[in-house]
Design a binder for this molecule. Structure first.
Ligand code: GLN
Length: 490
């Protein structure tokens, strides 16, 4: 078995049958991290205990214990998720010394299912960005072209997965941070329905939008990961009580009779030629497999980016208020605290601890929430969000899934947009509405640009209908023209 490209089932079956030990698997990927990470900067912290953790899985197998469905599968975890005794920084200076005393529910469930945690993956600071350039630990490079960004904010997860420094990765998605980097790096990325996965132990950016999800090499691996990490958690009251279906077992590429919606307002929206070709190719492929294409209208999607940037920054300004240098995290250096005004204490600590994109968002959000503007901005955004959601629900009365591009163009150059926040924000044009409406969405690799850069297509489904979404992803994957293509770095 070629461990580098092995699927989750191949790895876990081999580990359970003792054809290879979990420790050998971990060692294989550890070597890849050592060799390739200096080029990619995808890992921020390597778990020094990984081999020991894997050995513990082997001991349990030797004793005949049931070690779970992902036995010995090496995973990388985005910096947003708390990992017990392993540094968790959100890639911010303000949390650069934080070692959590507990695991996020997602991490705890992954460990319970047998995975080996290989370390933490780079991201934009507090997941704010679309290029992974706002990280305190520096930019991540796209394995398909190291002069380009991997996308963001889960850029480390996308790059690590694409170059196979891990067998699986976890990202978070507030406005596209799983799907956009997945598209830029040619991996499968899934943002489940809001409430499907517990947010307990995930550093909060915008609580009404945040969800974690898999960034992996196949739709089946995505389904297997989702089965493990989904489900109610008493520690997160927004996590749903709904039963978690056996998505991986029910995967079907049978598209006969399936209705695929195309959003009318997205047509002629100025995507580049390669992206358009990829999207049309996916649509044609689904038709050939028996699906019917219908036009739907979600006219409020035009306002998705402005609503998103009002709501996300408002929630962020509130969530990030806790980083005050007193309870935990970075504290500015004061020779003595006596006589220091509280306001100056906060000002210096937060001024030094946060990067400029995070500060911009805190200021925007605080402004939106301030008295006199609250109704005009925050409340109004909430109302439009509600209308957007209702339009989606109406659209799903006439289709099972919606197909769209993930971004308007493939990966851009490192440095190209970092000083142009507005253009950077517009990168989220096709992804934010999914979060605002709480719907599940995924990116599946389906094309390569003329410059050899990956392009994904986005599949969105109705609330808690991940099965339809995954099935369409599975069908597309089975006929994807880019199946088996690999990044240059490996
Ligand atoms: N690019 C978006 C932003 O900067 C999305 C981020 C995310 O999903 N975490 O807010």
């Amino acid at each position: 078995m070629d461990l580098t490209f092995a699927s989750f089932s191949e790895i876990s079956e081999a580990v359970k049958l003792k054809k290879v030990s979990a420790q050998e698997v971990a060692k294989h990927f550890q070597t890849r991290i050592t060799t390739l990470n200096p080029t990619l900067n995808a890992f921020t912290t390597v778990n020094e205990e990984a081999l020991k953790d894997a050995a513990a899985t082997d001991v349990r197998i030797a004793k005949g214990e049931d070690v779970g469905p992902l036995a010995g599968v090496p995973f990388g975890i985005k910096e947003m998720l708390c990992t017990k005794n392993l540094k968790t920084t959100a890639c911010s200076k303000i949390l650069s010394n934080f070692v959590p005393p507990y695991d996020a529910t997602v991490v705890a469930r992954l460990k319970k299912s047998g995975v080996t945690v290989m370390g933490k993956l780079n991201q934009d600071e507090f997941a704010m960005g679309s290029s992974n350039e706002t990280s305190y630990y520096g930019a991540v490079k796209n394995p398909w072209d190291v002069t380009r960004v991997p996308g963001g904010s889960s850029g480390g997860s996308a790059a690590a997965q694409s170059a196979r420094l891990v067998a699986g990765a976890i990202g978070t998605d507030t406005g596209g941070s799983i799907r956009q980097p997945a598209s830029f790096c040619g991996v499968v990325g899934v943002k489940p329905t809001y409430g499907r996965i517990s947010r307990y132990g995930i550093i909060a950016f915008a609580s009404s939008l945040d969800q974690a999800g898999p960034m992996v090499s196949s739709v089946k691996d995505a389904a297997l990961t989702l089965e493990v990490i989904s489900g109610h958690d008493p520690m997160d009251s927004t996590s749903s009580q709904k039963v978690v279906p056996a998505w991986s077992k029910n995967l079907s590429a049978d598209m006969k009779g399936l209705k695929v919606g195309v959003i009318k307002e997205y047509l002629n929206s100025g995507v580049d030629a390669d992206t358009e070709k990829t999207f049309n190719g996916a649509l044609e492929a689904l038709k050939k497999m028996g699906a019917e294409v219908v036009e739907v209208s979600v006219s409020m999607s035009e306002f998705a980016v402005p609503i998103y940037y009002l709501i996300a920054t408002s929630e962020a300004s509130s969530n990030l208020a806790r980083y005050d240098g007193i309870r935990y995290g970075y504290r500015a250096d004061f020779p003595s605290l006596s006589g220091v005004e509280l306001e100056n204490f906060y000002g210096k600590t937060r001024g030094e601890g946060f990067g400029s994109e995070v500060k911009r968002r805190i200021m925007l959000g605080t402004y939106c929430l301030s008295s006199g503007y609250y109704d005009a901005y925050y409340n109004k955004a909430g109302q439009v969000r509600r209308m957007l959601t209702e339009q989606y629900l109406a659209a799903f009365k006439s289709c099972d899934v919606i197909l769209s591009p993930v971004t308007a163009s493939p990966a851009f150059k490192v440095g190209e947009l970092i000083s142009d926040p507005l253009t950077m924000y517009l990168n989220d044009i096709f992804t934010t509405s999914t979060n605002l409406a709480g719907l599940p969405g995924m990116s599946v690799p389906f094309g390569l640009s003329s410059q050899g850069l990956p392009i994904g297509v986005q599949v969105t489904a109705n609330h808690f209908d991940e099965q339809h979404m995954l099935n369409v992803g599975f069908a597309l994957e089975s006929v994807s023209p880019v199946k088996g293509s690999k990044p240059h770095v490996i």
